[in-house]
Design a protein around this ligand. Sequence first.
Ligand code: CA
Length: 233
Amino acid sequence: MSAKAKKIIIVEDEPSLIFTLKDTLENEGYEVHIVENGLEAIELADTVYPDLMILDIMLPGVSGFEVCKQIRERKHTFPIIMLTARDQEIDKVTGLNIGADDYMTKPFGVKELLARIQARLRRANSYSKAGPIDVVTLGDVRIELNESLVVRPDKEVELTTREVELIRFLVTNANEPVSRDSLLENVWRYEYSTNTRTVDVHISKLRSKIEMQPDDPRYLVTLHGVGYMMKLN
Ligand code: CA
């Protein structure tokens, strides 16, 4: 094998499926880790740092949804492919909102799963080359900068290129005051006909996309007389 084996965590409690998946993935050269319940899955993600997770929704104890949610809260960005029972359309919506990347409906063909895994790993790989910040999590809101997408519990919203730049700059300077002039310099690069009013208008628009209550922002706050600040934990 030329490259280091990619690590995949399988979270599944069905013995026959575990056996099939483990066997297939190991034959493809992946390093496979198996857990049969949700709590161990979360712990393992923190210690193994997998390249991808295959996550069953119906698990004993903590459900796959909760596992997914907690993993995203811990700022892990590896792709998660969820396994769902037939016709659980509502589950798909719930899962995508909490940060899953893809779905397989049981029963599924192993070849199709392999194809999805490869596709996700390729994408994840191109993300990590694109820049250091890919995903910003603000409570229930997930901002996928490389996709120019805001994934909220109520909807998905697209970001403009400028908004993506604005977020990158604010996040890079998180928890520090950022003046309007600094934004003009670093995000707008003093383009013709921009002024501090331009900044305020864009911030306001951005808030309506990334804050659940834009009138009472929790993350992108105004510092009166100073400018703005992105508050992150
Ligand atoms: Ca199950």
